[in-house]
Design a protein around this ligand. Structure first.
Ligand code: ROI
Length: 167
């Protein structure tokens, strides 16, 4: 089993319900255990500003799936929840499930880059991740999660009133 962190995001069609439904679907994946879920956060959109705020969270999974098998499974959940890929870059979406970290693997494939290449500076990824990951977690470039957090202001984030759940 490997520890995987998945980022969840939505800003369309009842974002909080989208994330809850996605977590329930992730918990049902084969050979996979949903180990912990961060709080939910409301966040200002990164990208075009004329779109609704997002709801974001991070989940910790332990899985025996291989990275591309997990990617397939997560993309299936995105599609089942009505995701339509639009031409607009960084536009609104019903559900985004991003593999942030997969054990300590470095993956550079056409379909999958791990660690996720934008995670180092995104508050809506780092703050929820910090709730459920060890502070000395090291990214591929040698920086720890706590170092990344120190360089990343809690700007535009709002923790919604729910707590971390460990299972
Ligand atoms: N902005 C926020 N706040 N949260 C997201 O999950 C998110 N996802 C995206 C883009 C469009 C880059 N902006 C985002 O894909």
């Amino acid at each position: 089993m490997e520890r995987v962190y998945v980022g969840l995001g939505s800003n369309l069609a009842e974002p909080l319900q989208q994330l809850k439904a996605a977590l329930a679907a992730i918990a049902e994946l084969p050979d996979t255990r949903l180990a912990a879920t961060s709080s939910f956060y409301a966040s200002d959109p990164l990208g075009p500003p004329e779109q609704p705020r997002y709801v974001n969270a991070v989940a910790a999974l332990d899985t025996a799936l291989q990275p591309l098998q997990l990617l397939d499974a997560l993309q299936r959940i995105e599609l089942e929840q009505g995701r339509v890929r639009k031409a607009e870059r960084w536009g609104p979406r019903t559900l985004d499930l991003d593999i942030l970290l997969f054990g300590s693997r470095l993956i550079a494939e056409e379909r999958l880059s791990v660690p996720h290449y934008h995670m180092h500076a995104r508050p809506f990824v780092l703050y929820p991740l910090a709730e459920i990951a060890p502070a000395d977690l090291r990214l591929a470039d040698g920086r720890t999660l706590s170092e990344l957090l120190q360089a990343c202001p809690f700007a535009g984030l709002e923790r919604l009133g729910n707590d971390v759940t460990a299972r």
